[in-house]
Design a protein around this ligand. Structure first.
Ligand code: NZQ
Ligand code: ZN
Length: 381
């Protein structure tokens, strides 16, 4: 096992009705004024907005609102939030929604304490040294943004979907009430399941050393997500399935599974971000297109781990069967596995590969994932 530092400063408040206490949590953290950030209106339809406002008012927390964060969140909205935060002496950002809202909250938190262009952080032109505290009430479980310091934002002018990462951006407190997730559509439930599985398998397959303990955690997460997704597709209100799904999602990308591993990278995410950037496909839907293609391309480089995956997850003997079974499961839950199924024309593979390679360079894997290599992978999709 490799040396590592494990530090995660986020407090998770998990369980029924916890959202009613968000005002108390803010008050206990010494916050008196927040930017309340949310998406396209699901929180108004299901009554959550009302509950948040009651809790803020009860604790005399002032708020300025910003709505309209879209999936694959946009830089323009982040800049709007930064201006509001600076003009209104905002003390913290409260994001209420899914990963796109949480990520936008983090980018606003960093940008509000910086005098330059927030995009500087995304292109490694500046380092985050200060940020406003972030709080979240999650309505969708997939990204683990609720317990990590990552934020992914789309620059709509340059068509770059890039990320930032800093422990300063870890939410101080994230509220997870699985009941709030019962209204997530079946499509997004499927995309979320793919996303969680993808977070586990990136290092599982690419790390040069991946301890058995870490592999077992990954396998437990994948099995839990597969089981609970099937239960939830039948019964969206099954609380225990929803709760296990949400807790597994968090463990998949909160720093636990990489601890003690060596090397490795996130090639499926790197390629997927190009699909989202150019075709605005949901992140999980893009991943289910990329993953089977990437697996077929990569399998020979770590066939021992691919055999293990096939055996542990599907009780199959060969690598190819494991890949095939995963691909079939993506289809079964309703997530696309080909470019065609995601409405992405084959002729545009070159453009996708150029976009993905520019991110690969920023992530330090531009040599392994040249434009031509990415074309070769996408040809398999
Ligand atoms: O905007 P509203 O109306 O709220 O609708 C949202 C949105 O349309 C809806 N939704 C959320 N909760 C709901 C609900 N609808 C009904 N009931 C509820 N309870 O779901 C749609 C998708 O929401 P979004 O936040 O976009 O989904 P997700 O959580 O999957 O986030 C995806 C974004 O996160 C990034 C992705 O790239 C993508 O931009 N990622 C962030 C990561 C991180 N911070 O660590 C890592 C991931 O790998 C990922 O890249
Ligand atoms: Zn992801």
């Amino acid at each position: 096992m490799n040396n590592f530092t494990y530090y995660n400063p986020t407090t998770i408040e998990f369980g029924k009705e916890k959202e009613n206490k968000i005002g108390d949590y803010l008050e206990q953290s010494g916050i008196k004024k927040v930017l309340l950030l949310y998406g396209g209106g699901s929180i108004k339809k299901n009554g959550l907005y009302e509950k948040i406002i009651i809790s803020l008012n009860k604790n005399n927390i002032e708020y300025v609102e910003l709505s309209g964060v879209v999936s694959n969140p946009l830089l323009a909205k982040v800049n709007e939030g930064i201006t509001l935060a600076k003009d209104n002496d905002i003390e913290a950002i409260l994001g209420v929604g899914g990963g796109s809202v949480a990520d936008s909250a983090k980018a606003i938190a960093a940008g509000a304490m910086y005098n330059g262009d927030v995009w500087d952080f995304f292109i490694n032109k500046a380092k985050i040294i200060e940020a406003l505290p972030v709080f979240t009430v999650m309505t969708l479980s997939a990204t683990a943004s609720e317990m990590n310091g990552n934020a992914v934002v789309m620059n709509e002018d340059t068509k770059q979907k890039y990320s930032i990462a800093s422990v300063l951006l870890n939410p101080k407190i994230s509220v997870i009430n699985p009941e709030l997730m019962a209204t997530v559509s079946k499509e997004y439930l499927a995309y979320s399941a793919v996303d969680i599985i993808s977070h586990c398998i990136e290092l599982y397959f690419t790390a040069s050393s991946h301890p058995h303990f870490n592999s077992r955690i990954v396998e437990a997460i994948i099995k839990t997500v597969m089981e609970t997704t099937e239960i939830l597709l039948d019964d969206p209100n099954d609380y225990d399935a929803r709760a296990e799904f949400a807790w597994a999602a968090i463990q998949a990308l909160n720093g636990l599974t990489p601890a003690g591993t060596e090397g490795g990278n996130f090639p499926n995410h790197m390629i997927e971000h190009a699909l989202s950037a150019i075709y605005n496909v949901p992140h999980g839907a893009g991943l289910s297109v990329v993953i089977p293609a990437w697996m077929k391309w990569y399998e020979a480089q770590n066939s021992i781990q691919f055999k293990r995956f096939a055996k542990e997850i599907f009780n199959e003997e060969g690598s190819a069967q494991g890949i095939e079974k995963l691909e079939s499961w993506f289809v079964k839950i309703g997530s696309p596995t080909t470019l065609k199924a995601a409405n992405i024309p084959r002729e545009n593979i070159e453009e996708l590969a150029i976009n993905a390679n520019s991110l690969a360079i920023i992530w330090g894997i531009g040599k392994i994932y040249s434009k031509d290599t990415i074309v070769e992978i996408l040809e398999k999709a």
